[in-house]
Design a protein. Structure first.
Length: 248
């Protein structure tokens, strides 16, 4: 493990254009449940499966039940950034990391200080009226009961990508650009099983593809370095190592 941390640290040191691609495993260390693990939402008992509840059709046909689940399971305002979020924000501040591309909707990267965050699946912190498009922050969802309504009477929808909905074209274009131009791509906390998001990894053409995940992924065969451990611990150790060297 220590040897892999050294290799990762050396890769980061020698890179000037890093992109990070992250999934639910980045946020689980902040106490936010993922979907596919043993304790994830897909393995809990509800009247409907989470992938059904979090679909556009269900939102339209069962808006009240959607919001009952959404408030209970999708909003975690008390969650705090963990070591992974903090390490990535520091790398961006140092000019090495150019973009954080995330499948998460919790806003923890921004909370940690990251500025260039591409949210593939949207954010719980943004909401809008489906009638007049007026913007609302998370408070309108958190502090209302039933179906949140705009002052115009329209239904308010979270700005998150539900099943059956397409990803934002501009964010997809920017994601491809950052990954294709990166001299290092760090992929962390994701099984790379969700498409089209996982397919963006194929645009990387460099020789520093790092996968940090506790389980195997379909892209392991393409990786230059695989670390199966806590992403927070790994990134904190790798970035802290060369900072310690600078202090000597």
């Amino acid at each position: 493990m220590n040897k892999k941390i050294e290799v990762l640290s050396d890769m980061i040191q020698s890179s000037t254009n890093i992109a990070f691609f992250g999934g639910a495993g980045v946020s689980t260390e902040s106490g936010i449940p993922d979907f596919r693990s043993v304790d994830g939402l897909y393995n809990q008992s509800y009247k409907y499966q989470p992938e059904v509840i979090l679909s556009r059709t269900f939102f339209q046909d069962n808006t009240q039940e959607f919001y009952d689940f959404y408030r209970d399971k999708m909003i975690a305002l008390d969650a705090k950034p963990n070591q992974a979020h903090i390490a990535l924000a520091k790398l961006e501040n140092e000019g090495k990391l150019k973009a954080v591309i995330t499948q998460n909707i919790d806003g923890l990267h921004q909370k940690a200080g990251s500025k260039n965050v591409l949210e593939l699946h949207g954010s719980v912190h943004r909401n809008y009226c489906m009638s007049c498009q007026k913007f609302y922050d998370i408070d309108i969802i958190q502090n209302s009961e039933g179906i949140p309504k705009c002052e115009c009477g329209g239904v308010i929808k979270p700005d998150v990508v539900l099943y059956e909905e397409s990803l934002d074209e501009q964010i997809m274009s920017d994601t491809v650009k950052y990954i294709a131009e990166a001299d290092m791509l760090i992929v962390g906390g994701t099984s790379l099983a969700v498409y089209p998001a996982a397919g963006f990894i194929n645009f990387y053409r460099g020789d520093k593809l790092v996968l940090i995940n506790k389980s195997e992924t379909a892209f392991d065969v393409k990786a230059n370095l695989i670390v199966r451990d806590s992403i927070g611990l790994v990134l904190a150790s790798a970035t802290g190592r060369f900072e310690d060297e600078d202090d000597e």
